[in-house]
Design a protein around this ligand. Structure first.
Ligand code: NAD
Ligand code: WQD
Length: 364
């Protein structure tokens, strides 16, 4: 059998086993499931037949997301309005859902600048919540698949591009980045001692875009810190102009390079990760995977993509560098391609078009 045939045979067998497993043992808890990436992941999991329990305290999301999810999938989810920092509520939550088989832990605070201003809030929310969730799971004393939302921020400015998972983890640039490093370490320590927990950390690169239905998408609070929402808000006339943070970097056009991944591709990576843990297809009990497209895009290229898909000119100026920005980060995704049988499929233009369609809907 040649390699391609062998791989597709393996995929068919895995898919059959996976579908059977989903049918008979399918309750997954999604913490932060009303948020940007969590909500898109709920859609993908529901399309595969999982029963979903969303746990969210609405600190950075809106209850209306539940309506959007219902419109897209036609299915119901169970919603638990719980603050994961409250350990007694978390213990009680897992007792009520003790038939669960997996948890995807998205819930966290994510604004880098805010984490510099309020480090204790970030350590408390991101680390205490994780510990409460893991303690609750350990108390159940049954096999659990656990997926953690990590970030490419753990690499800082990598020495070798594209970035593989073997890249060294440097001192974090921000308290937010540090929480991701610490959380990954906590998970590693726990799986070493736990007989029940198997975990995957997905290190996301730069998620952008929205579901094609425009029922769910990113809802940045206040002035967006991230590039793509700033571009689409400028295009929609909410912001006067975009400032490009520096054009004197050692890159082709002088602007920084990132790996922008469509949020729907990212959501699908979570299904693939669950599938992989449930089928025991990796050797270590805590594996980390880069989730990106593998393609680097400069800030000016992102602007060009926006102008192309929106058929408008974007108003922008070149400003000074933003403190803490790294020059280039894009993923080597071969580990996820091979071991999770997952690959990003959507292009930058497709992701940008979905972000623009979403922006036009929410700014009406
Ligand atoms: P988001 O803010 O849209 O979603 C997070 C959700 O968690 C929100 O709905 C919020 O209300 C909820 N939440 C926060 N603290 C909670 C708590 N204590 N109890 C219950 N719910 C709580 O963020 P997102 O962009 O969807 O990110 C999801 C995860 O992915 C986060 O862990 C984030 O750090 C990580 N991540 C995001 C990006 C990105 O660029 N968006 C990149 C890399 C990693
Ligand atoms: C992208 C590029 C900016 C805004 C963030 C988090 C990181 C991780 C991923 C969570 C950079 C430039 C931006 C603007 C600009 N998230 N830019 N003008 O820097 O990769 O990181 O998302 O884990 O922790 O910090 O993404 O979207 O902020 O910036 O020129 O108004 O766009 O300088 O080069 P980044 P970003």
């Amino acid at each position: 059998m040649d390699i391609c045939k062998k791989d597709s045979f393996k995929t068919i067998i895995f898919t059959i086993i996976f579908n059977i497993m989903v049918k008979y043992s399918s309750k997954i808890i999604i913490t932060g499931g009303l948020g940007y990436i969590g909500s898109h992941t709920v859609v993908e999991l529901q399309s595969k037949g999982f029963e979903i329990v969303i746990v969210d305290n609405l600190s950075n999301s809106s209850i209306e997301v539940l309506d959007g999810l219902k419109i897209i999938t036609g299915k119901n989810v169970i919603f638990e309005n719980i603050d994961l920092k409250k350990s007694d509520l978390v213990t009680d939550l897992f007792k009520r859902h003790s038939d669960l088989t997996g948890v995807i832990h998205f819930a966290a605070s994510k604004a880098v600048g805010e984490s510099v201003k309020n480090p204790l809030d970030y350590y408390e929310n991101n680390i205490c919540s994780l510990i409460n969730v893991l303690k609750g799971l350990e108390e159940l004393n049954k096999p659990i698949s656990f997926i953690f939302s990590s970030s490419c921020t753990v690499y800082g400015q990598a020495e070798i591009l594209p970035i593989t998972e073997k890249e060294s983890i440097k001192k974090a640039e921000s308290p937010y980045g540090n929480t991701k490093q610490i959380c990954e370490e906590i998970i590693s320590d726990l799986v070493n001692s736990s007989k029940n927990l198997k975990a995957i950390s997905l290190r996301y690169f730069n998620p952008i875009g929205a579901h094609e239905s425009t029922e769910i998408g990113e809802l940045p609070l206040g002035i967006p810190q991230n590039l793509i929402p700033f571009i689409t808000q400028t295009g929609a006339g909410i912001r006067d102009e975009l400032t490009v943070f520096g054009n004197d970097y050692p890159t082709n056009d002088g602007t920084c390079i990132r790996d922008y991944i469509h949020v729907v591709d990212l959501a699908k990576a979570h299904v693939a990760a669950l599938f992989s843990i449930m089928n025991n297809t990796h050797s270590k009990s805590h594996e980390c995977y880069n989730i990106g497209t593998g393609k680097g895009t400069s800030v000016l290229e992102a602007i060009t993509s926006f102008e192309k898909i929106s058929k408008t000119k974007l108003k922008y100026k070149i400003g000074s560098r933003r403190i803490g920005d790294i020059t280039s980060a894009y993923a080597d995704t071969s580990k996820a391609n091979k071991q999770l049988n997952w690959k990003a499929e959507l292009s930058l233009d497709q992701a940008m078009a979905s972000a623009w369609k979403w922006q036009k809907k929410i700014s009406k």
